[in-house]
Design a protein around this ligand. Structure first.
Ligand code: ACO
Length: 323
């Protein structure tokens, strides 16, 4: 049996940091409100020349470097994004070209904040199905460009950035010490569309539109949905909360993360938090957090790592992997 094993990881952030104090000068908000409600202290905002493709390319190059690979070794690129450079061609194809890669295939995938979990699931399926040997899985976003900067209820929450991993086909050991992706669980339900959406698009308004969110409504569903997919991941593998070395959640809100960890019985010392530094970077938040914990030595080879996300759609999902 083939497993998709993580070979490398990398990140890229825009140059400009915007603190909560700076947000106070843009909208009627306060550092205290933002920190208490969300845990966010700062976010990175893309400037001129910084786009979803340029950030994704930089994260991909860093992941290839760490893996000791080049673009010539990759045969699939999946980019999770809701903020592509253009409606088409796909940002993944743009990144493929920027990497000087003219073989293999590349495409975008859109599942909003669950995008990275969906992208890992997709790349893993292609690898296990024999369609690819090594995949770059990238989450890259410039949400600052779809925010209504006069709406304090949303603009303080999001940031820009990118993270990438390289997944590689490896023969399974066939026991519980197997490295790589062990199970993936995906869900969606379009009935919740109006709670979190963008009010524009090529086929409706012909504009890019702005993000609209009923935050309290999203919050109400988040913890239940997250625990549902994680319980499914445990059921599928036989692992339990006690076996988990690291929980790397989508970084939307510290209260949702703490609530989910508590409900699952995963101690907060085992939860990777970067929302304070990055804000909610949607599909980029999990690979940014994963890379932070792997780079500083918290996540080590052999660790059991649980990824989870919930976002617009609604979409939600979990990935259980051994690093
Ligand atoms: N600064 C100060 N006050 C504010 C701000 C702000 N930036 N934003 C809203 N308020 C006010 C509101 O107007 C309201 O005032 P009122 O009581 O006088 O009407 C008050 O603060 C409380 O507002 P709520 O919306 O009830 O605040 P809540 O405690 O629910 O926190 C938040 C809001 C942070 C958005 C929270 O609901 C949340 O995190 N929701 C989940 C968001 C999420 O997880 N999204 C994930 C997916 S994202 C994706 O997929 C793209």
């Amino acid at each position: 049996m083939i497993r998709s094993v993580v070979r490398g990881f990398g990140t890229a952030l825009p140059k400009r940091v915007v603190t909560n104090a700076e947000m106070e000068s843009m909208v009627d908000t306060s550092d205290e409100w933002i920190v208490q409600r969300t845990g966010i202290r700062q976010r990175y905002i893309a400037g001129e020349g910084e786009t979803t493709a340029s950030l994704g390319e930089a994260a991909a190059r860093a992941a290839l470097d760490r893996a000791g690979l080049t673009a010539a070794d990759i045969d699939l690129i999946v980019v999770a994004t809701s903020t592509p450079d253009n409606t088409f061609p796909a940002t993944a194809v743009n990144i493929q070209n920027r990497l000087g890669m003219h073989h293999g295939f590349a495409f975008d995938l859109q599942a909003v904040c669950s995008g990275f979990v969906y992208a890992v699931t997709t790349a893993d399926a292609y690898i296990r199905g024999g369609l690819a040997k090594r995949a770059l899985v990238i989450g890259s976003e410039t949400f600052s460009r779809i925010l209504d900067w006069t709406d304090r209820t949303t603009c303080v929450l999001f940031g820009d950035g990118a993270g990438a991993i390289v997944l590689e086909a490896q023969e399974s050991r066939g026991d519980t010490t197997d490295r790589g992706v062990l199970t993936t669980q995906l869900r969606s339900d379009g009935a919740h569309r109006d709670k979190l959406y963008v009010d524009g698009g090529p086929s409706t308004t012909g504009t890019v539109g702005h993000l609209r969110m009923e935050g309290r409504e999203v919050f109400k569903h988040a913890v239940g949905m997250i625990t549902d997919v994680i319980v499914s991941a445990f059921d599928a593998t036989g692992f339990t909360a006690e076996d988990i070395d690291w929980l790397v959640p989508h970084q939307a809100n510290k209260r949702i993360i703490d609530g989910s960890a508590k409900k699952l019985g995963i101690p907060l010392e085992k939860v990777v938090i970067t929302v304070d530094q990055h804000g909610n970077t949607s599909a980029a938040s999990i690979p940014l957090a994963l890379a932070a914990a792997a780079a500083d030595g918290r996540i080590k080879e052999g660790d059991l790592v649980l990824l989870e996300a919930m976002g617009g759609g609604f979409t939600w999902g979990a990935v259980l992997l051994r690093w």
